[in-house]
Design a protein around this ligand. Structure first.
Ligand code: 0O2
Length: 210
């Protein structure tokens, strides 16, 4: 039997550390009063049941989890516009606290399900009392619209175990197209949106000063 608590400990630590670091990127943009390409950041350690399911589906034996399952530690960075994604990836590439080992661009090449997102797999060094432990973590970068679709599809997937009834499958496909068009429309009025957001954040600051 695997000692899960011990196995997952460095992953938990990595997720906590990376949440702070990636959220720090957002705060730095805010302090410089620039538009932040990062809207919010979340992170989670994959639940044991999901690790076992995925290992089973992909034929990964438990002794190979560390090297073959890339998303036991998972981070998500959400942004407002599709054009924010590339600059975020660029920032990740320039960091020297982890090494990027793989990038998967499901935005230029969406998945058959309709899923869109940019995945960056990193090797992250965790400092433990037994020394350094390097683990794999996956950072998913997506717009709010992509995230909305993926979150809904993920819950339905869980319910139907991947076997969607035809009408649901079609609706999900249409919803994916609608999310894609929403991103496109928002990109077209990006300038206007950002001007309005800058105006409201200045107003909030002024109110705080009073
Ligand atoms: P969870 O619960 O989010 O952890 P594969 O299963 O072969 O497609 P692989 O090789 O692990 O995936 O790599 P991939 O596709 O780059 O990353 C898998 C993760 O991306 C998934 O993790 C999801 O988080 C997300 N993802 C990929 N495809 C889809 C999709 O069609 N719909 C949704 N909603 N999310 C997707 P898990 O382990 O599936 O789930």
């Amino acid at each position: 039997m695997k000692d899960w608590e011990r196995f997952l400990e460095p992953y938990k630590q990595a997720v906590e550390e990376l949440k702070v670091k990636l959220r720090g990127m957002r705060s730095q943009y805010e302090q410089n009063s620039d538009h932040s390409p990062i809207e919010f950041v979340t992170g989670r350690v994959k639940p044991i049941a999901s690790i076992l399911d995925k290992a089973n589906q992909k034929g990964i034996t438990l002794d190979k989890l560390e090297t073959e399952m890339q998303d036991i530690a998972g981070l998500r960075m959400m942004c407002q516009f599709v054009d924010d994604i590339k600059p975020i990836v660029e920032l990740l590439r320039r960091r020297n606290d982890f090494e990027i080992v793989e990038e998967r661009d499901y935005i230029s090449h969406k998945k058959a399900s309709g899923y869109r997102s940019y995945h960056v797999v990193i090797k992250y060094p965790v400092q433990t009392i037994h020394g350094e432990k390097i683990i794999l973590a996956e950072i998913q970068i997506r717009t709010l619209a992509m995230n909305f679709w993926a979150t809904i599809e993920h819950s339905l997937n869980y319910k139907y175990k991947g076997q969607f009834p035809e009408d649901i499958r079609l609706r999900l496909q249409r919803a994916a197209e609608a999310a894609f068009r929403l991103d496109e429309e928002m990109s077209k009025i990006r300038g206007e949106i950002q001007e309005a957001q800058a105006f409201f954040s200045r107003k909030k600051e002024q109110q705080k000063e009073k």
